[in-house]
Design a protein around this ligand. Sequence first.
Ligand SMILES: [Zn+2]
Length: 324
Amino acid sequence: LSGVPSDVQTIDVHTHLFPPYYLDLLRARTEFPRLVRRGEREVLETVVEGSGLPLTPKFWSVDEKLAFMDRARIRTSVISLGNPWLRFLTDDEESASAARQINGIFGEMVDSQDRFEALGVLPSWNIDLAIEEVQRVADEGVLKGFASGPTVCGRSLNDAALTPLWEVLSSARSLFMIHPGEFVADGSALNLTAAVSFPFETTLAGARLIGADVPLRFPGIRFLLVHGGGALPFLLGRLDHFSAASGASQPSKQARAFYTDNLVYRDESLWLVGHAYSPDRVMFGTDHPFTDDRPEALNSDGLASPRLGAETVDHLTAAALFAT
Ligand SMILES: [Zn+2]
């Protein structure tokens, strides 16, 4: 590995990059979501005029990503696109073509740098085209899977229409990251979007997968629920209580198949995460560029709970996952 100290082994499974090609798609738009110039800077507006995310180079620059990785002592980053993904492209062909382009860009990053892995993006709205892209990406064998919002092709994750998609993802043994960001609750005025409404999107998405027995029926898919799976670890008791399912399809049993990240920022919460999922399924994430730091203090044992080995979270689980 070029220039990486040998003691740096961290694998960051939750980190985003928005390629310039993708930003151009947003620049071409007048409706939300759109990228607009406000004075000296560009702002990504998703729902509110005049309010949004200032676009800085860390959102699109590979060099900035590498600089962050060096600063935060991260050896490998698993790059994914973030919201709004391709939901704003309603033309099927345009959406499929954009997905191929972005997945190609991520593939080139993986091929040209020994410090990147990547998850692709699916075409929005059309399940047949999404299936085609899964098969194409699987044949190429460069990307490790896909990142998606809490719905796929406009469908809730318990929708039977997604069955053929789950089948191809399962035979490809894809990693499938479920990430929030499709809905913005009224809490946005109080800055509660990222803290509260995002985790609840993930909670619902995970509960819907479980409700439809998707983890049980498609064991080849490695689901990765970000941010510790939102409130899911806390709510598994209630899900079991109000579910008619028993045995292996009991919600708390199915949840153990999920992978997740350690982005919960609190030891007690991580302890719960380590109990809700299998302890060897919790992996390190940063959510860069939305944050600029590791979720735990550098040079500490991290947010390891008694059940979670620090090295297991830091890189061992991810390394094993990517090796298979
Ligand atoms: Zn994220």
